[in-house]
Design a protein around this ligand. Structure first.
Ligand code: NAD
Length: 573
């Protein structure tokens, strides 16, 4: 590591298992925690302008060297500030730089300013960034954390300083300066492509669009299917001028084993800062008897809440190639193409009060609350109306308004909104009837909108019509911010690690990520077509296998899809 600026986000993530609990400090540290039991720090590197770009590589080199002699590893994240940031995004201190700086253990700043920007208005002068940064880090409050070095190098520490280490660094400065490798420089990326991490990673292939994707493989078959979907995403993107920067983070049982909680803060931060999140699955026998707050499922509910993804889109389409894998008769299953829009962050899964208590008779009582506020119903209904509008224009709202007050309000609000969508035909159905109609005549449905718990159940039911739960993707969207994309299946512990999982649900989730999360419809179409081509070519995992087709494992199915991604020929359905 010594002597090279590592832009950590471009590194291939290592298995989280290899990181010890103590070393779990933040994402980038985990990613570098390959094998050594060394101390590790994340350093935000801000070369800035002019000589900043010359002196910082030297300092980084020295830092690495001095650290390595004292058992300290560094993970460097290069961020724009000053004039370089002005040229790049029009402000001297981009929000992303500030966020990442605050998350780091320390900052290494070069210098800002150049005659080019001298006549800018005050708020657009490079030096303004320095003042803003100092104010944001409150370094004036802690003067001992601010020291100047020769050649205008500043070392600032937002949290803590390993003071004993500073003399080492100074000593190294005098004795070990040698030729350094040129750091990754910021290339001009277009303003509209600015998002967290994109700037930092704009080191190669200028002109391409870049997105940061947080990968949450989770447990069981999650890591198997996510690694395949990642490859497919990368390949489809590269053919459409889109590059990705992947961050792998722990969730569920994997996070419990690593740090004792199902959703670490670091995972939440990384997910929030990314452009989209791709999740595998969570859960497994090992954690089944954990206390409620320490169960993997808690991590799933928490990440949905943290990202405020209230709208869950679950398509269920019977592909002609898989009609025979459906549990329904061919004439019932053929042509089914429906979308369940499920409310995801409200209702009985989150409602209070909830719990288990002992009643006055000394008997244990379990209770939950189904609760929906009008605005929660309105926003999911709007997503559903919009979705139906883009499909066949039919929306069925599913509730239990004959019994539940929460459903009465649900029906009232959905009905009221219908006048805004005159092109969408709205109907209502009780959930028990909907469950029955889904197996009796699923073709009657186009778009279904329903609450959290009914949507959970109905979408699993719909999955069986399509042949396998291993085929169904989902997208969870918020008002703004990154979406969460995941297959609807669980971690399938019964087949985990046996190369038996069907990766198509996750691959199709990656296609939804492109389409609904990033607006990259062409790349999404490539993936959808590639899945159809692989199926047309007869490849099947065990869950969708039927006589006369080729039985393959998870990896081989992934390879077949990858091969097909390159195909320019649209797949015939
Ligand atoms: P599951 O979806 O994991 O498995 C149900 C059945 O479907 C199993 O027989 C499994 O082998 C099969 N299956 C699932 N996905 C498959 C795939 N991609 N390819 C082939 N076959 C597949 O549901 P479960 O057994 O009820 O739950 C197992 C664990 O998963 C539990 O811990 C549960 O809490 C968790 N879970 C997680 C999620 C999630 O992460 N979103 C969803 C449901 C369940």
């Amino acid at each position: 590591m010594a002597g090279v600026i590592h832009v950590s986000s471009t590194q291939i993530p290592v298995a989280f298992m290899s990181a010890t609990k103590q070393s779990f400090r933040r994402a980038s540290v985990i990613r570098c925690a390959a094998n050594t039991p060394k101390k590790r720090y994340t350093i935000a590197v801000l070369p800035g302008d002019g000589v900043g770009n010359e002196v910082i590589p030297v300092a980084v080199d020295v830092l690495c060297l001095a650290g390595s002699l004292e058992g300290i590893d560094f993970s460097f994240e290069e961020l724009p500030i000053g004039g370089v940031a002005l040229d790049l995004v029009g402000v001297p201190l981009p929000k992303e730089t500030l966020i990442r700086a605050k998350q780091s253990d320390a900052l290494l700043l070069g210098a800002v300013g150049w005659p080019k920007w001298d006549n800018n208005p005050k708020h657009l002068k490079p030096i303004t960034a320095l003042l803003q940064l100092r104010a944001a880090l409150q370094v004036f409050d802690e003067p001992s954390f601010f020291c100047e070095y020769p050649f205008d190098l500043r070392f600032q520490n937002p949290k803590k300083t390993n003071q004993s280490f500073l003399p080492e660094m100074a000593a190294a400065l005098q004795t070990n300066i040698r030729t350094v490798k040129v750091p990754a420089t910021f290339r001009a990326v277009s303003k509209q492509s600015l998002a967290p991490f994109r700037v930092r990673c704009a080191v190669a292939s200028p002109g391409k669009k870049r997105y940061t994707i947080t990968l949450l493989p989770g447990d069981g078959i999650g890591p198997e299917v996510v690694s395949i979907a990642k490859n497919v995403l990368q390949q489809a993107g590269s053919l459409e001028g889109v590059e990705f920067n992947f961050h792998e983070m722990p969730i569920g049982g994997a996070a419990l084993d690593l740090v004792g909680v199902p959703l670490p803060e670091e995972t939440i931060s990384a997910a929030k800062e990314s452009d989209a999140v791709l999740l595998g699955a969570i859960g497994g026998y090992k954690w089944d008897n954990n206390e409620k707050h320490l169960r993997p499922e808690k991590g799933l509910l928490q990440i949905r809440a943290a990202l405020k993804v209230f709208a869950n889109l679950r398509p269920a389409t019977v592909l002609p190639q898989l009609v025979d894998a459906s549990t329904l008769k061919r004439e019932v299953a053929e042509g089914v193409d429906l979308m369940v829009v499920r409310e995801l962050t409200g209702g009985i899964y989150f409602g209070e009060p909830r719990g288990i208590k002992t009643n006055e008779n000394g008997e244990e009582v379990g209770f939950n609350t189904e609760v929906y506020a009008a605005h929660e119903i309105d926003r999911i209904a709007r997503v559903a109306f919009e979705t139906a509008r883009k499909r066949r224009g039919k929306l069925c709202s599913v509730d239990k308004a004959n019994v539940l007050e929460a459903s009465i309000l649900w029906r009232k609000r959905v009905t009221a909104l219908a006048s805004e969508y005159p092109d969408v035909e709205l109907s209502h159905m009780y959930v028990d009837n909907a469950a029955m109609q889904l197996v009796r005549d699923p073709k009657q449905f186009d778009t279904i909108v329903t609450n959290n718990i009914f949507g959970d159940i109905l979408s699993d039911e719909a999955s069986m019509i399509t042949g396998s739960i291993g085929m169904l993707p989902s997208a969870s969207l918020s008002d703004s911010g990154p979406g969460l994309f995941e297959p609807i299946h669980g971690s399938a512990p019964d087949i985990a690690g046996q190369d038996k999982a069907n990766p198509l649900a996750t691959i199709l989730s990656a296609a939804m990520l492109l389409k609904y999360g990033l607006g990259e419809e062409k790349a999404a179409k490539r993936i959808e077509d590639a899945v159809l081509v692989a199926l047309n070519n007869g490849f099947r995992t065990g869950d969708i296998y039927s006589a006369g087709t080729k039985l393959v494992g998870c990896k081989e199915m992934g390879e077949e899809v990858l091969k097909s991604v390159d195909s320019q020929v649209p797949a015939s359905v």
